[in-house]
Design a protein around this ligand. Sequence first.
Ligand code: KG4
Ligand code: ZN
Length: 372
Amino acid sequence: MKILGIETSCDETAASVVQGGVWVHSNVIASQIALHQAHGGVVPELAARGHITAIAPVIEAALAEAGIDRTGIDAVAVTNGPGLAGSLLVGVNVAKAFAYAIDRPLVPVNHLEAHVGANWLRERGEKAEPPALPAICLLVSGGHTELILIDRPGRFRLLGRTLDDAAGEAFDKGARLLGLGYPGGPAIQRAAEQGSSTAFELPRAWLGESDDFSFSGLKTALLRQVEPYRLPVEKAAPLAPGLFAEHRAPRFADGLPAADLAASFQEAIVEVLTVKTARAAVAHNARTVMLAGGVAANRPLRQRLGEEIDRAFAGQPAPRVRFPLFAFCTDNAAMIAGAAYHVLLRGEQAGWDLDINPRLPLRVVIADSAHE
Ligand code: KG4
Ligand code: ZN
């Protein structure tokens, strides 16, 4: 079964064809980074308009890359939440029109569920390797930080979540404070490579034995370090109606230790995430530990997770650590088409009245096995 997936929940316009919930036949992404860069972050209205112009060519490219035409598609899947309302509306409407035109089922997909499911995806021709259960998955994206226990196929339990900022949001805000630009995660990772992670002692919110997270104190501590170097920013001219504010990059006096601060900041996030994930893996006898979401692309996070798992299991048989391929960490449509297969297996299909839900919560259910 081949499913066309469509993803427009934030600032990437994406379409993909995935077979049997596992094998990725195409994965096309039109990034809007350039569109939003001048504003220092995603501008929702610009994002929605960007999707409208990009979506049709992106779908055409995904079909061409998969080597099929519209009639080769068995179902059309789309993210209907969570995400930006205007952005979600574009994908859902296009998916409805497409499914209606080719007379195939329309499948609603939860964006968070899809991020977790990215661990099931494989390149075309590879062997399917469903993760051994029980598994712990740390979902870290721009809007979410969630520690999830998957104890049997189809059953997902939320162990902990962030009490304030999401991990990706912390990276983005940290990068903004340091004047490193948008998107923040890759910018902090790059700057950190030139710095020392022990240069600054930044706080970690351990929150006792809890599986929850908190990053707002860390952000404030970074601000305190940066403050003495900040210079006044030029005031922007008042805007005409319909225009969006240009981002004024912060200006700093000489000597701001940006690389050391980036490295110390990244270390504080990575340490808390990995130590808590390893602790949960021990507590629940996990056989697999997985990452998901945009922050899962962070190399130090991937490396440190393996180290903390080894440390926590000291000598005992350790769970296998697995990550989605880099291309399936940040927003993409392969994860939507992959998760949709399992949604269909559960017998869930949308009617033509499918609505968006910008605040759709995590309610993950993915079957364990994949079939052609
Ligand atoms: O999953 P995603 O693409 O979108 C959401 O659903 O939110 O995640 C985007 C987030 C952003 O906050 C971005 O800064 C972060 O993922 N990110 C990274 C890296 N690449 C993307 N954070 C740390 N290191 C990276 N290499
Ligand atoms: Zn996402």
